[in-house]
Design a protein around this ligand. Structure first.
Ligand SMILES: NC(=O)c1ccc[n+]([C@@H]2O[C@H](COP(=O)([O-])OP(=O)(O)OC[C@H]3O[C@@H](n4cnc5c(N)ncnc54)[C@H](O)[C@@H]3O)[C@@H](O)[C@H]2O)c1
Length: 288
């Protein structure tokens, strides 16, 4: 259902790889709400993924840009303003990648050049997007910028690895830049901390299916889906949230405020009396 919340607004959406991507759902919802927008992803993601198909469906253009490359971002903003016919009103940063996670490096044995890459792609790219936009004066007054985060920025989650550090930095950038851009241009900057969601990036997290199940049992409202996240993004892009800024906003069915739920406890109890064959001293139990 459309409420025309983004009628006349122009946006840039980063990170729609395939129909599972959270950014894909956000782009579809933004279009439905009356926005015009461009899509962006890396050149390789555009070749391997389905970003172009989405662009076609939404009657717009997908512009290749590596979000860690400032020249690419300059091009992207300039081209987007040309295509859309004016300055930008909203931006979604939906980008994440960790070579340490991909290559199964343990958090206590990180490869530091991989860590540089994790931080650059998953967090510093957000600063680059904002700095490039500001230098080009590409965002309209009262514009809105959202990046996607995860609760591992505040709490330890087994297997989330150096992405936890990247998300902590991402949320900090939203606060630091939110102050500057807010004072100067009334631009608001927030992060949404989303439930685990089945996507290409999500599936890369160690034990993802179990995490998804655990979060579902813990959250009074259940896990937020990618569609739920898209709805939340639309409210933040709309004029109804004009003075919400520098926040990390949980879209997680209540997970982040829970300690233990009966559903999770009951599932835990089922496994209590099952002894593992490998014995308590085995390596894989070290971080139980
Ligand atoms: N899936 C989850 O469980 C979950 C939960 C909370 C937050 N998030 C966050 O949501 C965001 C979107 O992830 P998703 O789950 O939709 O997965 P996804 O794999 O569909 O999206 C990740 C996107 O990042 C893009 N990307 C990677 N490197 C890039 C670069 N250098 N420049 C530009 N784009 C680049 C990929 O091409 C891809 O489109 C990420 O920030 C992720 O950390 C995901």
């Amino acid at each position: 259902m459309s409420y025309n919340l983004l009628q006349g607004k122009r946006g840039i959406i980063f990170g729609a790889l395939n129909p599972d991507s959270i950014a894909w759902k956000v782009a579809e919802r933004a279009h439905e709400e009356g926005a015009t927008l461009t899509l962006s992803n890396t050149a390789i993601a555009m070749r391997m993924g389905e970003t172009q198909q989405l662009a076609k469906k939404l009657n717009t253009e997908a512009i290749p840009a590596d979000a860690t490359n400032v020249d690419d971002l300059n091009q992207l903003f300039t081209q987007s303003m040309d295509i859309l016919g004016g300055k930008i009103d909203f931006i979604l940063h939906s980008i994440g990648m960790s070579p340490n996670v991909r290559k199964d490096r343990h958090y206590s044995d990180l490869n530091y050049s991989y860590l540089d890459k994790t931080l650059d792609v998953s967090a510093i790219s957000f600063h680059k997007v904002l700095q490039t936009a500001r230098k080009l004066d590409a965002i309209n007054e009262w514009g809105s910028v959202v990046a996607l985060s995860y609760v591992a920025a505040q709490r330890s989650f087994f297997g989330y690895n150096d992405m936890a550090d990247a998300k902590a930095l991402l949320e900090s950038i939203a606060r630091s830049f939110g102050y500057i851009y807010g004072r100067e241009r009334n631009v608001r900057i927030n992060t949404i901390s989303q439930s685990p969601t089945k996507t290409t990036a999500g599936n890369g997290v160690k034990g993802f299916d179990r995490l998804l199940d655990f979060a579902e049992r813990m959250s009074p409202l259940g896990n937020a889906t990618a569609d739920d996240c898209a709805d939340y993004c639309i409210t933040l892009f709309s004029d109804l949230t004009k003075r919400v800024t520098m926040q990390n906003l949980f879209n997680d069915g209540g997970f982040s405020s829970m300690g233990m739920s009966l559903r999770a406890l009951q599932q835990y109890e089922k496994g209590l009396h099952e002894d593992c064959e490998c014995g308590p001293a085995a390596d894989e139990h070290l971080y139980d």
